[in-house]
Design a protein around this ligand. Structure first.
Ligand code: SAM
Ligand code: SF4
Length: 336
């Protein structure tokens, strides 16, 4: 195959779903250890197994040529990767020329250093994860994090002109009493808020059943104070948005457990070592790295087609007595 022939066919799976959104986990490492995400002691990939900036950028070029219009960089914590801004700049070259958006999900601890450079490289919106604004609780959930670093990071993001959406995993008995205050605080700050149901991915040494909180229940308790109206706003991901009576903030709900959203899934995921996962909830994957390092992008194209055929109709997450993790890998491998 000639290089000019690369990327000629769009990404469509066996069920006719068009894939236009790629999430790249640029590192499996993180400076926090959130209890629902990672185990306290994690072993991370050796550096030589991780794709270089140039490799990630070339693969991103190919995915964009095949119709990906939105790329989210995630992790692990993407801002612990030293060359992250250069990668954004490389991918950002496609903005307005095939790519609609490059964006980022971060825990916010390093935004003070990077917010302006990320904006300058082409990022306009970021998701910042914040499960509690209370310093002690935050330190508990993240196993040692300092919430002030996130607040400083949020200030830096606003000063740089980035739009912010806060991601909050709803955890029964941990932060359920903070959800309404968080929504009001987000409204004051000019942020949207997305709530997420905890998913059974990887062993963390914690029992997720104890802390699982269905968002149907959370929405009902918010409605006691503010009417919620479903709105058409979409950001390309799985969140379904609601207008909140009396607020400008939009409330997004990501409900992998109570309301499976797979029928119109448009996403695929690439790990930092070049594995393509077509679904967060399945182990099936295709490994691009060896083929890429030996045969370049030409060798990768057929593997992407194979990956498309692996996309399942739906995930099947269960939380409850006797249920084990749906997949062994942690959320930090494929990213949020
Ligand atoms: N480190 C960055 C962060 O925390 O935003 C990016 C990666 S993190 C894996 C992406 C998102 O996944 C975060 O919002 C996090 O709260 C969420 N997450 C992690 N593990 C999860 C789980 N088991 N169930 C639901 N959400 C999870
Ligand atoms: Fe790190 Fe994000 Fe996982 Fe927390 S959720 S441990 S910040 S990767």
């Amino acid at each position: 195959m000639d290089r000019a022939d690369l990327g000629r066919t769009a990404l469509t799976d066996a069920l006719g779903r068009r894939i236009s959104y790629l999430r790249i986990s640029v590192t499996d490492r993180c400076d926090l250890r959130c209890r629902y995400c990672m185990a306290e002691r994690m072993s991370f990939l050796p550096k030589n197994q991780v794709l270089t900036l140039e490799e990630l950028a070339l693969l991103a070029d190919l995915f964009i040529a095949r119709g990906v219009r939105k790329i989210r960089l995630t992790g692990g914590e993407p801002l612990v990767r030293r060359d992250i801004v250069d990668l954004v700049r490389r991918i950002g070259r496609h903005l307005g020329g095939g790519l609609d958006e490059v964006t980022l999900t971060t825990n916010g601890t390093r935004l003070t250093q990077h917010a302006q450079a990320l904006f300058d490289a082409g990022i306009r919106r970021i998701n910042v994860s914040l499960d509690s604004r209370d310093p002690e609780r935050f330190a508990h959930v993240t196993r040692g994090g300092d919430v002030r670093a996130v607040f400083d990071g949020l200030d830096a993001a606003l000063a740089a002109g980035l739009s912010v959406k806060i991601n909050m995993v709803a955890l029964n008995g941990v932060n359920d009493d903070e959800i309404l205050p968080m929504l009001r605080w987000c409204d004051d700050q000019g942020f949207d808020l997305t709530l997420i149901e905890t998913m059974p991915l990887g062993e963390t040494g914690e029992d997720r059943t104890d802390h699982y909180l269905p968002l149907t229940q959370v929405a009902d308790s918010i409605r006691q104070h503010h009417a919620l109206t479903p709105i058409a706003h979409r950001t390309g991901g799985p969140a379904r948005y609601h207008g909140v009576e009396g607020m400008n903030a939009r409330l997004g709900l990501i409900t992998p457990l109570t309301n499976n959203f797979c029928a119109d899934c448009n996403r695929m995921r690439m790990t930092c070592e070049g594995k393509i996962f077509m679904c967060l909830g399945h182990e099936d994957h295709v490994d691009l790295k060896a083929a890429f390092r030996e045969g370049g992008l030409q060798a990768v194209e057929p593997l992407i087609d194979r990956a498309l055929r692996l996309k399942p109709a739906a995930h099947d997450f269960r939380i409850g007595a006797g249920a084990t993790a749906a997949v062994r890998r942690h959320m930090s491998v494929t990213g949020g």
